[in-house]
Design a protein around this ligand. Sequence first.
Ligand code: AMP
Length: 112
Amino acid sequence: MSCIFCDIAGGKIPSQKVYEDDVMLAFKDLNPQAPVHVLLIPKSHIDSLAQIDGAGAQTVAHMMEKIPAITKTLGCEESFRIVSNCGAQAGQSVMHLHFHLLAGRQFAWPPG
Ligand code: AMP
């Protein structure tokens, strides 16, 4: 099954990389919703947080652990928002787990 984020993780589709290691990739969103808009994805395919198992939880923990360093690199360590849309009603359009890292403007709460 083709997956655009698997293709980005595998280097078949180019991306503007912000951070990469064996487990994850962070790259700039093509359609930014804020001055800083980066996507954090696991390199191995997971559909969404609805499919997380023990191994997936370790992957997610690794990704969360990298957030302080990534936000420092981006200069937004003081204030940022992490969002993971899960399922169509929540707005998920790419069915490969990803966390939006958004920063650089005022955000509303609750989200629209
Ligand atoms: P979501 O709607 O939560 O599934 O988020 C998917 C995100 O992927 C959207 O913000 C898109 O702008 C972004 N996106 C889709 N294709 C690409 C791509 N090739 N490179 C970077 N971002 C992408």
